[in-house]
Design a protein around this ligand. Structure first.
Ligand code: MN
Length: 135
């Protein structure tokens, strides 16, 4: 049987993941497609939630470009020092190695679909910025 084949997964069936160091972020996510867990390749997909109450997806960078699609909520995504307002339905392109982060500004949890053009989430090496700030 080929390793790569069609597959369908459901968000609710995937485990919730968080950073090992809680001070890194209050963000939680579910990995949907990633070659270390699904018979997929070339793309990695997940859903991240930025909880209410000041939690942020802290500023970080990684070599791969990334896209976000806002499933719900509203907030701000900061990319290389520039703040962009986002809301349900917004699509965001983040170039590889760009410093970026996100925080919610609305009354609803900010939910982001994210995709990396790489086989597996394990290949995405996060480098968090030193300064702890908003996004
Ligand atoms: Mn990122």
């Amino acid at each position: 049987m080929p390793r790569v084949k069609a597959c369908v997964v459901h968000e609710q069936d995937r485990p919730v993941e968080t950073w090992a160091a809680p001070e890194q972020s209050g963000v939680q996510w579910r990995t949907l497609l990633s070659a270390d867990r699904t018979p997929s390749e070339a793309m990695t997909m997940g859903v991240a939630e930025v909880p209410l109450g000041g939690a942020t997806l802290r500023l970080h960078r990684h070599a791969q470009p990334e896209v976000y699609f806002v499933l719900s909520g509203e907030g701000v995504v900061q990319i290389d020092g520039e703040a962009h307002a986002i809301r349900t339905g917004s699509a965001v392109f983040i170039p590889g190695n760009a410093e970026h982060g996100a925080f919610g500004t609305g009354a609803e949890v900010l939910r982001l679909l994210y995709v990396f053009p790489t086989d597996s989430f394990t290949e995405v090496e996060y480098h968090f910025s030193e300064a702890v700030g908003q996004a």
